[in-house]
Design a protein around this ligand. Structure first.
Ligand code: CU
Ligand code: ZN
Length: 210
């Protein structure tokens, strides 16, 4: 059974209660939403969400693997794990693309998931300088295997504008230049090249719980 947010929230709320001790309810009002103290929604439990992607062939029929996403609560980062094989050694761009459509050698997936109309960028950038779907590069070893272990603060598995559920993951032939390539393509796609493989971000029926 998955943990909920309760432990996490309680550790924060006890600190908060100490900090706010002595404040009147009127002083709470700057934090209020709809007349309720702003912290109250955080006290509600949430259930961890998990998703998985099973890759299918794009322009390569060598590349295969699976990618897992896990998020404990809406205000937690998303943990991305997985294993992709059949790659050329070195870096390969990894993105969440807009559409859950794998046709035409992954072209059906459309462009990078970009609900905030930002330029393409590095996974570590803020939302004003990366697409929500920009997950940077994965690196394959000499055997062509990439082990994924990424933590991301922008994507989400919970409802909202950055929700990546029912979108797709694309693995590219080339290194993503992270928006620093100095040309137009760099700020759109990172010049990451062809779409080797792709898969739809679907609910994981056997979530991995911490
Ligand atoms: Cu891509
Ligand atoms: Zn992008």
């Amino acid at each position: 059974m998955c943990r909920t947010c309760i432990d996490y929230v309680d550790s924060y709320s006890s600190l908060l209660l100490l900090a706010l001790a002595g404040l009147s309810s009127a002083q709470f009002s700057p934090f209020s939403t709809g007349g309720r103290p702003g912290r109250v929604p955080l006290r509600q439990p949430c259930t961890a969400v998990s998703a998985r992607v099973d890759l299918v062939s794009g322009v390569s029929n060598q590349v295969s693997g699976a990618v897992f996403f896990y998020q404990e609560c809406p205000d937690h980062p998303v943990m991305i794990t997985g294993r992709i094989s059949g790659l050329s050694p070195g870096k390969h761009g990894l993105h969440v693309h807009e559409h859950p459509n794998l046709t035409d050698q992954c072209k059906g997936a459309g462009g990078h998931f970009n609900p905030f109309q930002s330029p393409h960028g590095a996974q570590t950038n803020g939302i004003d300088s990366r697409h929500v779907g920009d997950l940077g590069n994965i690196e394959a070893n000499f055997d062509g295997i990439a082990e994924l272990n990424i933590v991301d603060d922008i994507i989400s598995l919970f409802p909202g504008e950055a929700d990546i559920f029912r979108r797709s993951v694309v693995v590219h032939s080339d290194r993503d230049d992270l928006g620093k390539g100095g040309n137009e393509g760099s700020l759109k796609t990172g010049n990451a090249g062809m779409r080797l493989a792709c898969g739809i971000i679907a609910p994981n029926n056997s979530p991995r719980c911490s």
